[in-house]
Design a protein around this ligand. Structure first.
Ligand SMILES: [Zn+2]
Ligand SMILES: [Zn+2]
Length: 303
């Protein structure tokens, strides 16, 4: 995002944004310090937010001072921004067959958990990883074991932090392309680490589930409920898709402008079984204001 287009550089809104009965937010930039994300999320009209706490495609964690963490807590309370969701760096692969890469991923993931605890985050979202070099079953077991091992000695329960396993587009060797695979990781960790799931609409659609027709979405939600349990779905990533259903191509699109269409989002946002969830867009910013427009688009669908 170019700096002159940063919402923080514009005049503060005179009126508080109109909020809905649902928690709606967007993945928000931490440029200039993690605490700035709260201010941006508020100005974008959000009442929840997602951030990275490390560079998404490099191994560099953000340096967090106690003062920044305290400021984040203060601004979130001021603006009633909850939950705070942190998305794990994309390089982390807790299913890796390479001992060296696995070790590096586990160290990085432990850092993610430590920063999430320092920031008083509610959820840490993790993709279950890639099983290249092994089989899927081994991969799922390895991910679960690595989550348990890399969080050893950290008190997630006391910190109010839950690890959320996200479903994926399921391309090639990537784990989590079905609700069953997500559930398997959750089941392995039950009673060991607080876990739940994050369901991404784009990933669900391109993985092959029907969420476009009304009947299809009802059936997909029934499946999701019986396999994972809707009460364990804590975050819904609201992304429209550029690619076709079943294509396994993960390309996010603006809400209502893709192959999913806005009706699916309307149904999800208004389903009482998901009223507890945070709905977070990870939509592209092709031109200034796209982030605000996507948040608005979701809010407008809430009845
Ligand atoms: Zn996502
Ligand atoms: Zn995605």
């Amino acid at each position: 995002m170019a700096h002159e287009q940063d919402i923080l550089k514009q005049a503060a809104p005179k009126q508080p944004p109109r909020l809905t009965s649902r928690r709606i937010g967007i993945h928000t930039s931490t440029a200039g310090g993690v605490q700035n994300a709260s201010e941006r999320a508020y100005r974008l009209g959000c009442n929840t937010l997602q951030i990275f706490s490390s560079s998404p495609r490099r191994w560099a964690p953000y340096e967090l001072s106690d003062a920044q963490c305290a400021e984040m807590v203060r601004r979130r309370a001021k603006y009633d921004l909850k939950p705070l969701v942190i998305h794990t760096n994309y390089l982390v692969n807790l299913a890796s067959s390479s001992q060296l890469f696995l070790k590096r991923s586990m160290q990085a993931f432990r850092g993610e958990v430590e920063r999430a605890l320092a920031l008083c985050a509610d959820y840490l979202v993790l993709h279950p990883g890639s099983f290249r070099g092994a089989d899927r079953e081994q991969g799922l077991l390895r991910t679960a074991a690595a989550i348990a091992a890399s969080t050893e000695g950290l008190d997630l329960v006391k910190g109010g932090l839950t690890i959320l396993i996200e479903n994926t587009a399921g391309a090639e060797f990537s784990l989590g392309g079905s609700f069953e695979q997500v559930a398997e990781v959750l089941d392995h960790l039950c009673g060991i680490v607080p876990v739940g799931s994050c369901i991404d609409t784009c990933h669900t659609h391109v993985a092959g589930y029907d969420i476009v027709s009304q009947d299809g979405l009802c059936k997909t939600l029934r499946q999701l409920d019986s396999v994972i349990g809707l009460s364990r779905v804590k975050v819904v990533h609201c992304n429209d898709a550029k690619a076709a259903r079943g294509s396994k191509l993960d390309r996010h699109q603006h809400i209502g402008k893709g192959t999913i269409g806005k009706e699916a989002f309307r149904m999800l946002l208004n389903d009482l079984r998901l009223a507890h969830a945070a709905f977070i867009a990870e939509t592209p910013i092709d031109k200034p204001g796209d982030d605000k427009r996507n948040v608005e688009a979701l809010k407008k669908l809430v009845m």
